[in-house]
Ligand binder design. Structure first.
Ligand SMILES: [Fe+2]
Ligand SMILES: [Fe+2]
Length: 180
């Protein structure tokens, strides 16, 4: 056996270090989530008053695109960049909050899967949606999402930013890589 074979291999991935511009993008996405939740409410009202018309179809199609693409990517970015550092912080209360947020991501995905079937049908011009289910599902989805964003903005992002500032070299290598 060679000497090299006994050298331990580093298998633990380094904890990611978000940059200030990552937080700006995440914050901006929260604003978009809130606007799009408002659009979902508008869609329900539009369907109540006019049924499936071109305005409802356009609204539905924009809502599907946002929650199926942008919002999913946002959750993945938080799980990749923001949560690992806080999970590794050793702060039991913080870890509990992150676990709750991870569970929320699962519930939001489940809620959206149910809603999206109906919203996508409207986007395609079909009228088989169930207005009561859509109204109730949208309200539950919006409530959970707003609560989720409140916790992220009031506690989690500030803590993640604080941790980042404790490490002055945080993200430096990535920033240099991005500039090349
Ligand atoms: Fe989140
Ligand atoms: Fe978020």
């Amino acid at each position: 056996m060679s000497m090299l074979a006994s050298v331990p291999v580093e298998t633990v991935a380094p904890v990611p270090r978000p940059l200030e511009q990552d937080f700006e993008a995440l914050d901006a996405c929260h604003r978009e989530v809130l606007v799009t939740l408002g659009d979902l409410q508008k869609l329900v009202e539009r369907l109540e008053d006019h049924g499936v018309d071109p305005v409802a179809r356009r609204l539905a199609s924009d809502i599907v695109r946002f929650f199926s693409q942008t919002a999913r990517a946002h959750h993945a970015e938080e799980e990749r960049l923001v949560f690992p550092g806080l999970l590794a912080s050793g702060d039991a209360e913080l870890v509990q909050h992150i676990q709750r947020l991870q569970q929320d991501h699962g519930w939001l995905e489940e809620d959206w899967l149910e809603l999206s079937a109906q919203v996508d049908a409207v986007a395609q011009g079909y009228s088989w949606y169930d207005l009561d289910a859509l109204r109730m599902g949208s309200a539950i989805f919006a409530e959970l999402y707003k609560d989720h964003i409140d916790l992220e903005e009031s506690l989690i992002y500030p803590e993640a930013r604080r941790l980042m500032s404790l490490r002055p070299d945080a993200g430096a290598a990535r920033a240099r890589r991005a500039q090349r």
